[in-house]
Design a protein around this ligand. Structure first.
Ligand SMILES: Nc1ncnc2c1ncn2[C@@H]1O[C@H](COP(=O)(O)OP(=O)(O)OP(=O)(O)O)[C@@H](O)[C@H]1O
Ligand SMILES: [Mg+2]
Length: 412
């Protein structure tokens, strides 16, 4: 059987074993509350009777800190009825599942005169380790172990990019002679001292399996009926900007975002200092509502003490979801959409105002600012632009039925 036939057979077989695991991914800027919100969501889903797994791809022991349970580690650990937690150790995961490929890559590097220990370090580049953590989801999906998976992504503006990585690697990977091709950048930097050892049959098979798994992972993540990304931000400019960018990137890759959580909102106060902060945050929440439109927004206050432990997490889940099942898809739609038009790009953005409102639109570098004068105040909606628009000019903008359509064209 040729590799192509084998790969087709793999797909055909997997279409029968693929379950519909509900996957919810929390992402956002550092410290906004992704981990506690992922845990609270998982507790609530479990209480709705779904067999749930909460995974953290953060190398630190964040889940055991949040649940305050030292038993949570790199193996599946029970938390309560229907709820299991897993802290992924990318290094263990990678060497457990991909030792053949790793050894081969180590062999390539050592053939080039690099010490084997260092070769392993290179093979453990951050992007790769994150990716191997995500592959755990594909494994859960394939083995039908859980109905719902809540994934807590580590803090990084780049975190969401790893979700798209399968798609990229999946398409590039097959065109390369092997996975080691991914590291060709490194190979070029290093002066070739010796010939690259030819991959063995085992290595090739291992690679093909990995690429198949990446494809399946991409399918899971892009399935809008089962996978949702949820954004976590605080009422401040930086984390809201970060979340908006994540929403824009998700739209570009066809991944559904179904909710934004604005966490740690300060309560009103009679103290002047706190009252000033509370009022600033209130305006940020309003701005976020306009900016994330029409996504459902959940607002959560800053509690009186640090949010941790099962009891507090459960209450956080109550505040977020009340009696609703958090595993439902809260929103299906496209806040942003991008379509290539000739050599340009047509962008459509859902906005909370109409053509009757008095609006102004301006572009500053990689963002578009729409200011709208409503009866109450001026709302400013800042829309992040995809990198592809960098060399283009804004040719045309039209606002209709809560939709802003902007055409970007290549500047001549
Ligand atoms: N609404 C809240 N009220 C009080 N404390 C909170 C609230 N939300 C989160 N916290 C606290 O803020 C801290 C950061 O929360 P958490 O670890 O969930 O954030 P994170 O986004 O996962 O951070 P990282 O980016 O480092 O992974 C924790 O100490 C948590 O208990
Ligand atoms: Mg965290």
């Amino acid at each position: 059987m040729t590799t192509d036939q084998r790969s087709k057979l793999f797909y055909w077989l997997s279409s029968f074993v693929l379950t519909v695991v509900r996957l919810i991914i929390y992402t956002g800027k550092g410290g906004t509350g992704k981990t506690v919100t992922a845990c609270a969501t998982a507790i609530k889903i479990a209480e709705h009777g779904h067999n749930t797994l909460v995974i953290s791809a953060d190398p630190a022991h964040t889940l055991s800190d949040a649940f305050m349970m030292s038993s949570i580690g790199h193996e599946l650990a029970p938390v309560q009825e229907n709820l299991t937690a897993l802290q992924i150790d990318p290094v263990t995961e990678m060497s457990r599942q991909y030792d053949t490929i790793l050894s081969y890559m180590a062999a390539i590097f050592s053939a080039k005169g690099i010490d084997e220990t260092l070769a392993y370090e290179i093979a453990m580049l951050p992007g790769m380790t994150q990716l191997f953590s995500l592959l755990k989801i594909e494994e859960v999906d394939r083995t039908k172990t859980f109905d719902s998976v809540v994934l807590d992504m580590p803090a990084s503006g780049e975190a969401l990019r790893y979700l798209y990585f399968p798609k990229l690697v999946g398409s590039i990977g097959r065109k390369l002679t092997g996975l080691a091709g991914l590291f060709s950048g490194f190979a070029k930097i290093l002066q070739p001292l010796a010939k690259i050892p030819a991959p063995s049959k085992d290595v090739i098979q291992s690679e093909m399996e990995l690429l198949d798994r990446l494809d399946l992972l991409a399918d899971i993540i892009k399935n809008n009926d089962t996978t949702s990304v949820r954004l976590v931000a605080n009422p401040d400019t930086f984390s809201i900007e970060n979340a908006k960018r994540a929403m824009m990137s998700a739209s570009l890759y066809g991944i559904n975002v179904d909710m934004a959580v604005i966490n740690k909102i300060m309560a009103a106060s009679s103290d002047e200092y706190y009252a000033k902060w509370a009022s600033f945050q209130k305006s940020k929440v309003e701005e976020a509502k306009a900016n994330f439109y029409p996504l459902p927004i959940k607002e959560v206050q800053l509690y009186g003490s640090e949010l941790r432990g099962l009891e507090m997490l459960r209450r956080h889940g109550e505040v977020l979801f009340g009696s609703e099942d958090p595993s439902k898809v809260f929103y299906r739609g496209k806040p942003y959409s991008f379509v290539s038009k000739g050599t340009g790009i047509s962008m459509t953005v859902q906005v909370p105002f109409t053509e009757r409102d008095d609006f102004q639109i301006e572009r500053y570098g990689d963002q578009l600012t729409i200011s709208v004068q409503t009866q109450a105040a001026t709302i400013v909606n800042i829309i992040p632009l995809p990198i592809a628009t960098a060399g283009m000019k804004m040719a045309h903008a039209k606002l209709m039925d809560h939709q802003l359509n902007v055409l970007f064209e290549k500047s001549s």
